[in-house]
Ligand binder design. Structure first.
Ligand code: SF4
Ligand code: SF4
Length: 378
């Protein structure tokens, strides 16, 4: 096998199947990353969605016998939506982040990696290969950084000169000794715009994130959102793009050539009120193909309530009162109470008092009590 020739053929094939950027690195352990992850664990800055075993996250040899190299891939996604609907009074809308626009990127990248695996296997039938996207053990960004896809930026994203940070990442561990690419120089330099713009102060310092304060994480939790973050979440239903949209390196970056990622404006910027009454089946039918649906409808509906409170949308009061009285989920009743407290009409006040009398769950009663107090300060 001529490895250099195969590597060149892989680059060519990858471009032909719509992989926007490809890089190669060795399968050596990610030693510095392990130290950083240990520190993140110590500080309790992790989201809890990560693979807990730090050795597996940082040592490719534990994931594939005789691992020699890793192929890192990047696929660009758009940052702008055509015909974005405007929210107006009585018709407020929420927002899914860009990484949830169009088809679930996990499916798209897994498919491209599967095609790449087949291609390699036709050339090297006994090759050992293992691909992953996002939910695998390895840290996609660390692999991409070392493979020269982009630099590891202060907003914790990988920024590519060609597509900004609007790229999805995936990788394939192989037992073929491909020549590694050179990592890229940091180009953030003395800029701190993303740190200053983060609504919750989740970016502790350049490249260090307290995931538990990050809105991208908070919108995915299954529990009530701590009160200090609710107003900061605004109308975000899933994820947060602020530290990307503020970044000067993303200026003018809007790559729309991947047809699967074209957003449906009505879905990624949906009306809030109809979201609240969706059944599980309706949610799956309408949103199931989007990556932002992976935690089910409950977090999205909770975030829709937060958004209605954020907008102080008076037309939502009857529905919020209904949810407070009838919904079986304490998290939804509690968040509805918070939103009613923010909106603060006479009807909201009556609904809160009635809700308080009927409520059995202590945590929800506390929410209602706080919402009534909030009304008095409105
Ligand atoms: Fe801050 Fe949003 Fe970036 Fe999280 S995603 S670090 S909350 S700006
Ligand atoms: Fe780097 Fe500035 Fe972009 Fe933050 S906003 S990622 S510091 S270039």
């Amino acid at each position: 096998m001529n490895v250099a020739q195969l590597q060149a053929e892989i680059r060519e094939f990858a471009a032909a199947i719509g992989i926007d950027k490809i890089g190669f690195t060795t399968a050596a352990p990610f030693v510095k990353l392990k130290d950083r992850l240990k520190q993140q664990q110590r500080l309790n800055y992790q989201s809890g969605f990560e693979e807990p075993d730090l050795d597996k996250r940082t040592n490719p040899l534990l994931l594939l016998d005789q691992a020699e190299s890793i192929i890192s891939i990047a696929v660009a996604y758009p940052s702008k939506m055509k015909d974005s609907p405007r929210g107006k009074k009585g018709e407020r809308r929420g927002m899914f982040c860009r990484a949830s626009w169009g088809e679930d990127y996990h499916t798209v990248l897994r498919d491209k990696l599967a095609q790449l695996e087949l291609f390699i296997l036709t050339k090297v039938p006994d090759a050992r290969l293992r691909s992953m996207v996002d939910t695998g053990e390895l840290v996609d960004r660390a692999v991409a950084e070392r493979a020269g896809i982009g630099w590891s930026a202060k907003n914790c994203a990988i920024i590519t000169p060609e597509f900004g940070s609007y790229v999805y990442l995936g990788e394939m561990i192989t037992n073929i000794p491909f020549a590694p690419d050179e990592p890229m120089e940091d180009q953030c330099l003395d800029c701190t715009l993303c740190l200053d713009a983060c609504p919750t102060g989740a970016l502790i310092q350049g490249g260090q994130l307290d995931a538990r304060r990050c809105i991208a994480f908070l919108t995915q939790t299954k529990q009530a959102v701590p009160e200090e973050f609710r107003q900061k979440i605004g109308n975000r239903l899933y994820g947060c793009d602020t530290c990307q949209t503020i970044c000067p390196k993303n200026k003018g970056m809007n790559h729309t050539h991947q047809p699967g990622f074209t957003p449906d404006p009505a879905l990624v910027k949906p009306l809030l009120l109809p979201l609240l009454s969706l059944s599980n089946r309706q949610f799956k039918e309408q949103y199931g193909h989007m990556s932002g649906s992976w935690r089910g409808k409950n977090p999205i509906q909770r975030n829709a309530l937060i958004a209605l409170g954020h907008f102080k949308d008076e037309s939502a009061v009857p529905e919020l009162v209904r949810l407070l009285a009838e919904d079986p989920r304490p998290m939804i009743r509690g968040t509805a109470a918070w939103a009613l407290g923010r909106i603060g009409t006479a009807e909201a006040e009556v609904g809160l008092h009635q809700g308080y009398i009927a409520e059995q769950e202590a945590t929800v009663k506390e929410e209602i009590d706080r919402a009534i107090k909030q009304l008095q300060t409105n």
